[in-house]
Design a protein around this ligand. Sequence first.
Ligand SMILES: Cc1cc2nc3c(=O)[nH]c(=O)nc-3n(C[C@H](O)[C@H](O)[C@H](O)COP(=O)(O)OP(=O)(O)OC[C@H]3O[C@@H](n4cnc5c(N)ncnc54)[C@H](O)[C@@H]3O)c2cc1C
Length: 500
Amino acid sequence: MADKEKTFQFVIVGGGIAGVTCVEQLSSQLPSADVALITAGPHIKAVTNYKQVSKTLEEFDVEEQPSSVLEEKFPNLTVIHSAVRSLNTNSHTVETVDGRVFGYKNLCICSGARPKLLAQDNPYVLGIRDTDSAQEFQKRLSKAQRIVIVGNGGIALELVYEVEGCEVIWAVKDKAIGNTFFDAGAAQFLIPSLEAEKPEAAAPCKRPRYTTEEPASGAAQTFTADRTSRRHGSDPTEPGSALGPDWHEGIVLQGVEQGSRRVSVEYQCEVEKVFTSEELLNSPQQTLRPESVGSWPVYIQLTNGKTFGCDFVVSATGVMPNTEPFLHGNAFAIADDGGLQVDDHMMTSEPNVYAAGDVCTACWEHSPLWQQMRLWTQARQMGWYASRCMAARVLSEPIELDFCFELFSHVTKFFNYKVVLLGKFNGQGLGPDHELLVRCTKGHEYVKVVLSHGRMVGAVLIGETDLEETFENLILNQMDLTAYGEELLNPNIDIEDYFD
Ligand SMILES: Cc1cc2nc3c(=O)[nH]c(=O)nc-3n(C[C@H](O)[C@H](O)[C@H](O)COP(=O)(O)OP(=O)(O)OC[C@H]3O[C@@H](n4cnc5c(N)ncnc54)[C@H](O)[C@@H]3O)c2cc1C
């Protein structure tokens, strides 16, 4: 190993939201501290237009910026453009792929995660992670007639809605779309958006008790839509077009056909195998063969027995924390999901090594209303809190777990609807011990409240419901709502006045 070039008081690895927020907060809190940011690419991801919407809800944009912007802002900061190849927690050093060695007093690993790919090294299987992969997707899509999207999380949801001019087969392992974020009821509220261009006349209907109406097991549903007006973004090659929360906005997701959308959902199935046309032709199992063998470059066989040919497959089946370069020779505790375990001070099991964002798994005893989800909001919160924990340790000050980890909250957009998720919005971990209240106005709003022992513990708000602040308060103060019963969602009652 080469000689140590320099020892920094703080070394942060990763120029994503978690790493950059950590650097910014550290540099503001300890302006004279020697801080290094080691990151693979020339650009960093910065949070802009940050807005605290309520006690826990926040909104912001994510922008790719040259790292020089950070160095100009913080004279104490050195940006090192290389990837970390290895870490030696005994000697407190990291080595970069270009052979340089840096010492640290405190290290924060914010190396993010990468998409789990269905098939490694298959040129017809794409994962979407960053601006480059999003542009590659766009390029391939412009020549595509049919694609298969596998996965049921946020990325898959956004893609099926945005892609036009190309047939989409959407394979989901669950009984309903968007299982990561919604239940079957919310999925059914959203599904008409895949077929209809014009919202239907709003007719309020109150569904006080919740029922799960799901498509039959193994069933396929097809939706078609023609959208006459299309939103065109700016040229994706323009500087500043970033993979942010609206990452697809600057990118035209258009297939080879014009203006039509056709999405078929294959429920409750996973991928059995990905074939080339040659492999399929030589397959001894005749049943695997779709009618048009040979006309598609790639075929995908699902566990429901169906095989589809397509131009390419998008693998949107979740992420794997980027831990590899840090593990060899060290004794990190690793969580079941592959993340570096961190405690309530964002500290890993190795001394003086912290972690934040997608790479880590929160292993402290969670508040009953919070869960980790690998999202921008949590990457920002963890990066910010990790820097405060590191600073507190250096200053020998006590620090308590930040309030943002009290209540899970996320605001986003799916199928052009505003979506707010609060607390145990899907009854996560509650078992049968909870009750649901639902109000739904087709094409307008979907409101679901999760109650446990008469107290509100979670909510899903789709559309412009204006209920987020009131519900956030009701969840945080754990008021007994038994007396209100179903009136809680009566559309004729102004709930804000009710609880004033
Ligand atoms: C297509 C897509 C859409 C998404 N949409 C949303 C959304 O709408 N809303 C939402 O909340 N979340 C969304 N997410 C999730 C969100 O992107 C992540 O939760 C968030 O970016 C995590 O931030 P991070 O800083 O932990 O990691 P990242 O943003 O992944 O940053 C990791 C950084 O570490 C660097 N790095 C990695 N390995 C090394 C190494 N060995 N040495 C040095 N540097 C290294 C990388 O270059 C990168 O700069 C989306 C994710 C994807 C892929």
